[in-house]
Design a protein around this ligand. Structure first.
Ligand SMILES: *[C@@H]1O[C@H](CO)[C@@H](O)[C@H](O)[C@H]1NC(C)=O
Ligand SMILES: *[C@@H]1O[C@H](CO)[C@@H](O)[C@H](O)[C@H]1NC(C)=O
Ligand SMILES: *[C@@H]1O[C@H](CO)[C@@H](O)[C@H](O)[C@H]1NC(C)=O
Ligand SMILES: *[C@@H]1O[C@H](CO)[C@@H](O)[C@H](O)[C@H]1NC(C)=O
Length: 246
């Protein structure tokens, strides 16, 4: 009986250790923001219409996005992002002006690379944030002087990464909301795309996790130099299970 209980716990641990620990984030808080360029008319992970790119869009870090490939519950959501300060520069830069932009999430920012999108549920990124918004920029929808700078002091204008505050907002606040062509998914991808016009968290109008639906485990491979917790938990539970079943 004892032996059975231990084996049962071992199995439960093993199952838990492969279930994606997607990040459940509050509707407002702090995040980091980077930026990336997207070729025009490119269809990003959510499969949103290419007209959406005529308005401010962003990719969201994988574990907050909620899928390791294709669409996820982050797709279509809108956030008001406000630039607070830089922190990789020496010294940090606190602009005197406050700039905000309302973005729609159209893309996945995968784990790896410089690590800004590599936060997991128990490990923030190097800015202490659990969410990174990778802003599509330059963009015809965002002024070229959107990012404040102080070139005479720093000798460069692009700080690369910013500390921002975010607020989940209704997509009716997004500048693309008035253009029907900028809303919804491309038809050519069929059920492989999911880009709600204004997701509300209800399962009726919010994308499910493509990874979870298709049994794809979270891709915890990252170039970032820290051990991810998931393989660590697996090894612990394997060792614990072996120990308990002896
Ligand atoms: C976005 O945040 C800024 C700064 O808090 C605020 O002034 C602005 O009204 C907000 N915009 C929306 C659409 O919520
Ligand atoms: C981001 O801003 C918040 C609010 O000012 C602050 O508490 C936090 O330390 C800042 N984070 C970084 C990495 O600068
Ligand atoms: C640039 O930074 C220097 C040093 O912090 C400061 O004295 C100057 O006022 C800043 N200029 C602008 C435009 O922010
Ligand atoms: C979702 O849609 C179903 C069927 O149309 C409806 O019965 C249900 O109330 C909806 N749920 C929410 C939370 O809107």
């Amino acid at each position: 009986m004892t032996r059975f209980t231990c084996l049962w716990f071992w199995c439960a641990f093993l199952v838990l250790s492969v279930v994606p620990q997607w990040i459940q984030y509050p509707p407002d808080g702090h995040a980091t923001m980077t930026h990336y360029t997207m070729p025009s008319n490119y269809i990003a992970a959510c499969g949103c219409t290419t007209d959406s790119e005529k308005y401010p869009t962003a990719a969201m870090s994988q574990y907050a996005f909620g899928s390791s490939t294709s669409y996820g519950p982050g797709c279509g959501r809108c956030f008001n992002l406000t630039l607070l300060n830089t922190f990789m520069s020496n010294p940090p830069f606190y602009p005197s002006v406050t700039k905000s932009v309302v973005v729609k999430v159209t893309d996945l920012c995968p784990l790896g690379g410089a690590g800004w999108c590599s936060a997991t549920a128990n490990k923030p990124n190097a800015g202490g944030a659990y969410i990174n918004f990778d802003l599509m920029y330059p963009s015809s929808a965002i002024p070229d002087n959107f990012f404040p700078s102080n070139a005479s002091y720093y000798g460069y204008t692009d700080f690369g990464v910013w500390n921002v505050s975010y607020q989940a907002v209704s997509c009716t606040e997004w500048s693309g909301y008035k253009n029907a062509a900028a809303l919804g998914s491309v038809t050519s991808l069929g059920s492989g795309a999911c880009c709600p016009a204004n997701p509300t968290d209800s399962t009726n109008d919010t994308c499910p996790s493509y990874s979870q639906q298709n049994g794809i485990p979270p891709d915890t491979h990252t170039n970032w130099a820290y051990p991810t917790s998931i393989p660590y938990i697996s090894w612990l539970s394997v060792l614990g299970g072996l120990f308990l079943s002896l």
